[in-house]
Design a binder for this molecule. Structure first.
Ligand code: ADP
Length: 266
């Protein structure tokens, strides 16, 4: 072979190698950027409740402890702060595992109607405090057997119901309904007549830590991870999640599930 051809091949090889390295470095830089942003978000989320708890403890040590009533009040508040920290850490753990793809689903057949009623029972107090009515379409009050990871779907429903309560004014309504879809699928809808979401934010709310109104949402508690977790769980099931919302009118989140073969028509 002529030397020039060999040289050419070699130069091309070197260029290819260099280009690949460039891509690798770019990818690493992007990953490093994500990592920094993720850590920044975590410390930001943890700071608020930590400072709150620290504030109550310091005030107690400063003398507030002597008053029995104040002591109880501050301890209850500090405990609420710790509770919030626990929720944030739990959500962080979940999102990390979901993103790493090491959370395998435990599929089983269960009644989705019963699951939703269970979530309503758990949320009753929360809803009652804000005078929010939780309704479930009565026509469907019979078993609808689906094939999915029960515990994870319960988390999906409860995250969506909690949000519908959090982002609604007093005396609003949250409705859950189930409908038949094509191909042995059902669609579960969670509808509220709460504050709604502006269209420019609609595509971003499933991102981890994204919140429309930073101060407002923070007042309501939460980690900004709820919808990111919901999306991951539904996608891990190879199902779909949708959101429709009209600002100032309300929102509807819906997701699909697979019915078991023997399940009758809804
Ligand atoms: P968090 O509720 O902890 O802030 P989420 O991931 O559950 O985090 O939700 C992200 C954001 O999407 C919320 O901060 C809120 O701005 C918006 N959002 C979610 N659900 C609703 C809803 N039902 N109505 C209006 N806004 C909502």
């Amino acid at each position: 072979q002529p030397v020039t051809t060999n040289m050419q091949t070699l130069t091309e090889e070197i260029e290819k190698f260099a280009n690949n390295k460039k891509v690798e470095i770019e990818t690493l830089k992007i990953r490093e950027g994500y990592r920094k942003e993720f850590l920044g978000n975590i410390s930001h989320e943890l700071k608020t409740p930590l400072f709150t708890v620290q504030g109550y403890i310091l005030t107690l040590l400063d003398g507030a402890m002597d008053d029995k009533q104040i002591r109880k009040k501050y301890l209850v508040r500090a405990s609420k702060g710790v509770e919030r920290l626990i929720y944030i850490v739990r959500d962080l753990d979940m999102i990390t595992r979901l993103e790493a793809g090491d959370l395998h689903l435990e599929l089983e057949n269960f009644d989705i109607v019963e699951l939703i009623q269970g979530v309503f029972d758990m949320m009753e107090m929360k809803a009652h405090k804000k005078d929010i009515t939780l309704t479930f379409d009565t026509v469907y009050k019979k078993p609808i057997m689906v094939h999915a990871d029960r515990e994870r779907i319960q988390q999906v429903v409860s995250n969506l119901v909690v949000n519908s309560i959090k982002y609604s004014k007093a005396s609003s309504t949250t409705e859950v309904s189930i409908e038949d879809l094509v191909k042995n699928k059902v669609i579960v809808r969670i509808t509220d007549n709460g504050e709604g979401i502006q269209s420019q934010n609609l595509t971003r709310i499933f991102e981890r830590f994204y919140r429309v109104d930073k101060s407002g949402s923070r007042k309501e508690g939460g980690s900004g991870l709820g919808l990111a977790i919901v999306k991951h769980i539904i996608e891990a099931h190879k199902e779909k999640i949708y959101v429709e919302s009209v600002y100032g009118v309300g929102s509807e989140f819906s997701f699909t599930l697979e019915k078991t073969k023997e399940s009758t028509k809804v």
